[in-house]
Design a protein around this ligand. Structure first.
Ligand code: PGA
Length: 240
């Protein structure tokens, strides 16, 4: 099965810079991967007839209505979005998103046949206090409380330790493996099926090989290292 590469461009680029970015990655990434590029909402329509899949970085959970400033799953669907990142730690931290809200978003995304990329992860303090598994279990079980066995099949989980995001620090391959196996176990216990789990957090040219080579890792969620097309492409060339 192809590994999934998700580029989270976050709140970067002006329109002109985005035009250059699109030119820069066009036709450059190997077919060996399933690639999803997630730009800011405002640029999604620039990605029509694009070589790769497009994703969004967030969504609201109602289909339409008077919710100033929000974007709905159906609107994203009409722009060709196939994946939506949900529960990213930056949303949890800066916008106070909690597990229940994230669960509502996941449900709304699935209703439009879009795949949620559901992010979970512990902070450094939580890891130091040996609370990682407890935290992850809560994040998973609260957000997925209304999700059926039929629905869970379309969800992709991303393990993103908060302390690794944008910090240049990554867990060891063993630590990643251990946590991903734990996530898979929680899902297996609740639904009796295997789920795809991505890793995200300071993936770069130095560590990409050791992470992607882990059998448990279904793909990567990449932030900073996806922003420069040359760096991004040459990093992915290392693992083709
Ligand atoms: P990073 O971001 O690769 O810059 O650490 C990953 C993410 O936030 O998804």
């Amino acid at each position: 099965m192809k590994k999934l590469i998700v580029a989270n461009l976050k709140m970067n680029f002006t329109k002109e810079e985005m035009i250059d970015y699109i030119k820069g990655i066009k036709n450059q990434i190997s077919n060996n991967f399933e690639v999803v590029i997630c730009p800011s909402f405002v640029y999604l329509s620039m990605f029509q007839n694009f070589d790769y899949k497009i994703g969004a970085q967030d969504v609201f959970y109602f289909v339409q209505g008077s919710y100033t400033g929000e974007v709905s799953p159906i609107q994203l669907k009409s722009l060709g979005v196939s994946h939506i990142i949900v529960g990213h730690s930056e949303r949890r931290k800066y916008f106070k998103e909690d597990d229940l809200l994230i669960g509502k978003k996941i449900k709304a995304i699935l209703k439009q046949n879009i795949k949620p990329i559901f992010c979970v992860g512990e902070t450094l303090t939580e890891r130091q206090l040996k609370k990682t598994t407890n935290i992850l279990k809560n994040q998973l079980l609260i957000a997925l409380k209304d999700i059926s066995k039929e629905e869970i099949k379309d969800i992709i989980i991303a393990y993103e330790p908060v302390w690794a995001i944008g910090s240049g620090i990554t867990p060891t391959a063993n630590q990643i493996k251990e946590v991903i196996l734990y996530i898979k176990k929680v899902i297996m216990n609740k639904y009796n099926l295997e789920i795809k789990v991505l890793y995200g957090g300071s993936v770069n040219k130095e560590n990409i090989k050791s992470i992607i080579n882990l059998e448990e890792v279904a793909g990567l969620l990449i932030g900073s290292s996806s922003l420069d097309p040359n760096y991004f492409i040459s990093m992915l060339d290392l693992i083709v």
